[in-house]
Design a protein around this ligand. Structure first.
Ligand code: ZN
Ligand code: ZN
Length: 269
């Protein structure tokens, strides 16, 4: 089984202090065959944080690129250098500028906040119409998919993490048609999705997306799939990748995509 961790944050992300080399060693010790760093590059112009908080800083792209290329040249391990680009819908020029600025290996396209709204992790869902929040989310995710400036679309339906964390519920199947519309665009464009493991608890089976939606992607003709811990520290990096790879197999995939220079090749799982 070929194991990849293609969603890894390091000290270049505002929510991580992890040393990249220690993360590489952690991944190796867990039997990960290939790792790609995907530090945050949230591109929106409006702050998505609470009034008492600083806005998320913009990624120091040059510094990140130089550090990672130097590490790759000197550490004795091959790994990929990517970015997680957030909110292309809200700052397209900025997003595309970053994507075109360096020869990245891999780009995750993500949506972490609706336009002029809080990051989904910071919303108090008890004070929101949750279904409306999700309708708006899927509309903007559809627009994100259409922009097509990424390798894989990140953590489909990610706001549900935070709804559930707050002890609230949502019947996600109400959005199956919306999900299918997003996935159809991805398939048409020859792009992929990721299985994201942040907050995953084996007894809950709460990978994003879960088996049902990975199968939906497969049934719609999807071929490109990657797996990522979304790890922000050495403990999380490389964790549960076997579980996710087994799930992807169960959904009918025989390969995961390996990326370099934005090009996928396929590795048997
Ligand atoms: Zn993300
Ligand atoms: Zn992430």
């Amino acid at each position: 089984m070929y194991k990849i961790d293609y969603h890894v944050h390091s000290m270049f992300s505002m929510d991580s202090e992890a040393d990249p080399f220690e993360e590489i060693l952690a991944a190796k010790s867990k039997g990960i065959d290939d790792l790609i760093f995907t530090d945050h590059c949230d591109c929106n112009y409006e702050p998505a944080t609470l009034p008492e908080m600083e806005p998320w800083p913009f990624l120091e792209v040059e510094e990140y690129w130089n550090y990672m290329t130097n590490l790759r040249n000197t550490c004795g391990y091959d790994f990929g250098i990517g970015i997680e680009v957030g909110q292309s819908t809200q700052a397209l020029e900025r997003a595309n500028g970053v994507i075109e600025s360096h020869p990245w290996d891999f780009v995750i396209g993500s949506l972490h906040n609706a336009n002029k709204d809080l990051d989904y992790s910071l919303i108090d869902y008890s004070k929101r119409d949750i279904e409306k929040t999700f309708r708006d989310y899927f509309e903007e995710l559809y627009e994100t998919a259409k922009i097509n400036n990424f390798s894989v679309l990140g953590h489909l339906y990610y706001p549900i993490r935070y709804v559930l964390n707050q002890g609230l519920e949502l019947d996600l199947s109400k959005f199956d048609a919306d999900m299918a519309e997003v996935l159809k665009i991805i398939v048409q464009n020859g792009k992929g999705i990721e299985v994201n493991l942040k907050g995953y608890v084996p007894s809950k089976g709460n990978m994003i997306p879960n088996l049902k939606y990975v199968k939906m992607f497969k049934d719609l003709g999807g071929e490109i799939i990657t797996i990522g811990s979304d790890g922000h520290d050495t403990d999380a990096v490389g964790k549960y990748i076997t579980d996710a790879t087994e799930m992807v197999k169960e959904a009918g995939f025989k390969y995961v995509a390996r990326y370099r220079n934005m090009k996928p090749t396929f590795e048997k799982i």
